[in-house]
Design a binder for this molecule. Structure first.
Ligand code: NAP
Length: 290
């Protein structure tokens, strides 16, 4: 049996769908049993656990052949990343006590970066889990293609999208959540000892210009991409309610300056096959049904 956290979200749902399609038993770890009903109907065992509840997570992970660990995104962490440190301690305690057969931790491209930034939250958690004597795969995907969900309304209505990734012709490692879920499910079915790093990107690197062109082709209308000027980010993010925009700004700088990258070396590089066009088509269809 495989325990899947974040199952009601993008990646966790894909992991579970892949395992169920392969006839594998799945335990859905949710924080709200009502939201898990759809998974129970598909035959999943259903358990309730918050990401910071060590006792509930231990029970959820116990007896499992493998655990998929997804930490919910926090775009506005405290300056000392105390939330990630708490989650790191909770997960270490729960995994250390439950001792599942293996763990796939959803991390990120650039988790090895030494400059502080939003992704340092994954660095902190990777380091804590790295102390555990369990088979652990740190799955480090690129920028999610699904981040373009924010652009669908503006592309459709106004024929313009905004880009924090810049310059606009710089290719960025991106990947579809369908590929991440598939690879995570494959890793859960593999056997290994010790710790490994798997780095995952899509079929080719994507520029912001290509995102605009792909939207234009799918929508049958011109779509242009505009740079959001770097000097406006802090006031913009604060106007959107963020208390501490610095880590997010540092992350965007890291992508734009190129110090958020795959580490290569001993990491296992994997490629997905889902294209940007496929992802944007699904996002447009989803938006049109809202
Ligand atoms: N976006 C990117 O470009 C990118 C790139 C690399 C890595 N990542 C990483 O990918 C992860 C996000 O993946 P995603 O897009 O699949 O996330 P998502 O769709 O936002 O789903 C988040 C999941 O976490 C659950 N959750 C939220 N708060 C929780 C809590 N307190 N306790 C337990 N579960 C909780 C949610 O459950 P509910 O349905 O109950 O809310 C949901 O199942 C993050 O760790 C992020 O850093 C993202």
């Amino acid at each position: 049996m495989f325990a899947i956290t974040g199952i009601t979200g993008n990646v966790g749902g894909e992991v579970a769908r892949n395992l169920l399609a392969g006839g594998q038993p799945v335990r859905a770890v949710v924080r709200d049993l009502l939201k898990g009903e759809a998974w129970a109907k598909r035959g999943c065992d259903l358990v309730c656990a918050e990401i910071n509840d060590a006792a509930a997570l231990t029970a959820a992970f116990k007896g499992s052949e493998g655990v998929f660990v997804l930490v919910p995104p926090n775009f506005d962490p405290s300056p000392d990343f105390r939330e990630a440190r708490t989650t790191a301690a909770t997960l270490s305690s729960a995994l250390g006590a439950a001792r599942p057969g293996k763990v796939v931790y959803l991390s990120t491209i650039g988790a090895q970066a030494t400059h502080s930034n939003l992704l340092s939250q994954h660095t902190i958690i990777e380091q804590a889990l790295g102390e555990l004597s369990l088979p652990i795969a740190f799955l480090r995907p690129g920028w999610f293609m699904e981040n373009s969900a924010w652009d669908v309304a503006s592309a459709t209505k106004n024929g313009v999208i905004q880009s924090f990734l810049q310059p606009l012709d710089k290719p960025v490692p991106m990947v579809a959540t369908a590929d991440i879920g598939r690879v995570a499910a494959e890793l859960l079915r593999e056997t290994w000892s010790g710790h490994r790093i798997v780095e995952l990107e899509g079929p080719h690197r994507v520029t912001p210009n290509e995102i605009a062109t792909t939207f234009a082709n799918l929508l049958g209308r011109p779509v242009r991409v505009e740079v959001v000027p770097r000097e406006t980010w802090e006031s913009l993010f604060k106007s959107q309610g963020m208390r501490n925009p610095t880590p997010r700004i540092q992350m965007l700088d890291g992508f734009n300056e190129g110090w958020i990258e795959f580490q290569g070396g001993r990491a296992d590089p994997r490629k997905g096959n889902v294209t940007l066009e496929t992802v944007l088509r699904r996002l447009i269809e989803r938006e049109s049904k809202l």
